[in-house]
Design a protein around this ligand. Structure first.
Ligand SMILES: C[S@@+](CC[C@H](N)C(=O)[O-])C[C@H]1O[C@@H](n2cnc3c(N)ncnc32)[C@H](O)[C@@H]1O
Length: 101
């Protein structure tokens, strides 16, 4: 799933691009806005995507990052999960415990 970013002429947003977040062209010009909706926790390398956004978004631009952080090992190696997540079966009676790391 590493296609190059393409321009979608049918998009309601002028000059909107969409592409593989894991294979964005290195020469892609900085953009006004990056929308990553419910995407981060479906990437094998979420930190690499966030690092790429540092230069992909113009100074003064916007990164819209929306995520339920529903990490799954099938998508992302557990060592690469970001932020909080829930763990089953902790001591103390709680069914779930918020964890970080
Ligand atoms: C949980 S769905 C969210 C769909 C939609 N953005 C929404 O918010 O309803 C995750 C989406 O991420 C897309 N996706 C997964 N890996 C991707 C990648 N490397 N680059 C771009 N999109 C990806 C999938 O095709 C899927 O549509």
């Amino acid at each position: 799933m590493c296609d190059t970013v393409s321009n979608h002429s049918t998009s309601p947003i002028p000059n909107a691009l969409q592409g593989d977040a894991c294979a964005l062209p290195s020469n892609l010009a900085p953009v006004d806005c990056v929308l990553a909706a419910n995407l981060l926790c479906r990437l094998p390398e979420p930190t690499a995507f966030l690092d790429r956004c540092r230069t992909l978004v113009k100074p003064g631009g916007v990164l819209v990052l929306v995520s339920p952080y529903s990490w799954l090992k099938g998508w992302t190696d557990k060592a690469k999960w970001l932020g909080g997540y829930y763990k089953v079966g902790v001591e103390g009676g709680a069914a779930w415990q918020l964890c970080y790391g």
